[in-house]
Design a protein around this ligand. Structure first.
Ligand code: ZN
Length: 587
């Protein structure tokens, strides 16, 4: 390896049953005063400090083959000073991989999965150098494993094991890798080859999945202007009993789902579970443009060892959440009525939590690291989701642009303007840029809109907007006598005593285990039935355990807040509303 060939890594699923990857990182002509090897503390796209270095169980350094000291200088950094004249410095580690999520690494006898952030050292000061990775097959008798990843291939065998490369460290860690005996298929959309690997026990109608995923990808590539920014794209899907999650990358995504979410052979309908899954596919794919290439200016220089703050996740996650389901409608996989069901869930999620009046979506973004990603029993009272409310900001902005421009412009045009000015050039986006582009499309300033919806905590004027687009919004399921609590599903333990609710007013708290209401036992499912025996305003006696102490509370029942919301196409919208609805929903 010569000087220009950069840093060389090898990774081997060495001990699958012990969940250990063997990983090495090799530097040619190391600096005389040493090299510092660091593992990221978080993975881009998932805004929480995870300290991946905690999974390193063994580490050794070799200078031209001879052991040399590796000194730990921080929780995630090691300094290795080679002897004079050293030509090759290698750090070898064993990494414990037992996190079956899209953010970490996982290895057992059935398969392996890793993100570069979990296994590949960053060599400080050499981040811009080219990297080469040798992905090795597990030792022992052939396992018929293959490799699926969007990493650039350099010299690989037909099963995918072999040498890959990346232009720099940021690219190296942006391509998760799946190893195993997965199902796979491929299709072309927008001239780009898309590969899909489906891991885990499942009975999926892969033909149908291929057709539907292709429709989503094709629509999105066209939406952004027709010229896809990647030459290859890989979906890594892992199906388990229960699980849900996705993480976006520049040319791939890792998705975790329940096998029940995938379409069964012989089933032609789109049920709620499959709709959620293709919504997730659509969401992560949309990120290929929005967040992986159109990026917040705050992320221009990512620091992988500490929190990177931005107030703009309402745009990058919220607007992506608005378009994920809308894309399903636009590409014909669901109809307008289905789409309104998806949207009504988002409205209900935002309106069901008092925290929306405490925290703006800009504050929710900047606090994602310590709040959204670390929820507790008070989260619904204190926080708002920048995904769900961000999607409603997108909806309101879309309808605002359509109205202000008399149907000449929409949020689609704003997205494409962001793509042309920032995505294509690599310049980071600031909120002022979004305001400027939106004002140009609307033909008038929208500063009041952004101040109220992004930085304010009031409810968005959804009902009046939707009405002028021929859609009725009604909140439902309210008014019954209520404690004002959310319960866990397995037992009648309060997961949150909602601020302003009856339980909170009486002193009940999150974590309390309900025992009885007026002497009758509470179960995980009968609370509403017990309370239905009473009237709003009546006082009932509630017994509950707090820790191991039995406590008694006098609770004055209140009328429940609406739990759900219904959106439906107005039966007889006015002529203008019908025209606008047609342009927005095609209905
Ligand atoms: Zn997302």
């Amino acid at each position: 390896m010569n000087k220009t060939s950069g840093i060389r890594y090898t990774i081997c699923p060495q001990q699958p049953t012990a969940h250990l990857f063997s990983v090495s990182c090799e530097v040619d002509r190391p600096a005389r005063d040493g090299e510092v090897f660091t593992l990221p503390a978080w993975i881009p796209g998932s805004y929480m400090i995870r300290d991946f270095a905690r999974h390193i169980v063994r580490l050794e350094a070799l200078a031209d083959g001879d052991p040399v000291a590796a000194t730990k200088i921080a929780k995630d950094r090691w300094r290795v000073v080679p002897p004079p004249g050293c030509r090759r410095l290698v750090v070898r580690t064993e990494v414990y991989a037992w996190d079956l999520s899209v953010r970490g690494a996982h290895l057992d006898a059935g398969h392996g999965f890793f993100n570069g952030t979990s296994v590949f050292f960053r060599v400080e000061g050499r981040e811009a150098q080219r990297c080469e990775v040798d992905i090795q097959a597990p030792p022992g008798p052939s396992k018929s494993w293959r490799v699926a990843t969007a990493l650039q291939r350099k010299k690989v065998a037909p099963d995918g094991f072999g040498r890959y490369c990346a232009d720099n460290y940021a690219e190296l860690i942006d391509h998760p890798v799946e190893l195993g005996d997965f199902d796979r298929f491929a299709f072309r959309a927008g001239g780009v080859r898309h590969e899909v690997a489906v891991t885990g026990r499942h009975h999926t109608d892969l033909k149908r999945l291929e057709r539907d995923m292709k429709a989503i990808c094709r629509w999105q590539i066209d939406f952004w202007g027709g010229d896809a920014p990647m030459d290859r794209y890989v979906f890594l899907v892992t199906a388990v009993g229960e699980g849900y999650g996705g993480l976006e990358h520049r040319a791939s995504t890792a998705l975790l789902c329940s096998r029940e979410d995938l379409p069964k052979r012989g089933d032609a309908k789109i049920g709620e579970r499959y709709r959620n899954f293709i919504g997730l596919v659509s969401h992560e794919y949309f990120h290929t443009w929005l967040v992986k290439r159109i990026r917040p200016a705050d992320f221009d220089e990512l620091d992988l060892q500490r929190e990177n703050l931005t107030e703009m996740l309402w745009l990058f996650e919220g607007f992506t959440s608005y378009y994920d389901d809308l894309a399903l409608l636009r590409c014909g996989l669901i109809d307008a009525a289905d789409y309104l069901v998806c949207l009504s869930k988002t409205v209900a999620a935002v309106h069901g939590a008092p925290g929306r009046h405490r925290q703006s979506v800009a504050q929710a973004s900047i606090d994602a690291w310590i709040k959204f990603y670390r929820p507790d029993e008070n989260s619904p009272n204190a926080n708002v989701s920048y995904y769900a409310k961000g999607a409603l900001v997108a909806l309101t902005l879309d309808l605002t642009l359509r109205q202000a421009s008399a149907g000449q412009a929409s949020l689609d045009d704003l997205m494409r303007a962001l793509w042309n000015e920032f995505g294509r050039t690599g310049r980071g986006v600031r909120e002022a840029d979004v305001r400027r582009l939106a004002a140009e499309l609307a033909g008038c300033p929208l500063d009041d809109f952004f101040a109220a919806s992004v930085h304010g905590t009031g409810d968005l004027p959804l009902a009046s907007f939707l009405e002028s687009f021929g859609v009725e919004l009604n909140f439902t399921d309210g008014g019954a006598p209520s404690l004002g609590v959310r319960l866990e599903t397995a037992e009648p333990r309060i997961s949150c005593a909602l601020a302003g609710g009856a339980a909170a007013a009486s002193g009940l708290s999150g974590g309390d285990l309900l025992v009885a209401v007026d002497g009758l036992r509470v179960t995980a499912s009968n609370l509403d039935l017990l309370l239905a025996q009473h009237q709003c305003g009546e006082t009932v006696e509630v017994h509950a355990f707090r820790r191991d102490e039995l406590m008694r509370f006098r609770v004055r029942l209140q009328a429940a807040e609406p739990k759900t919301c219904q959106l439906k196409l107005a039966a007889r919208p006015g002529k203008e509303a019908r025209k606008r609805r047609q342009a927005w929903l095609g209905a």
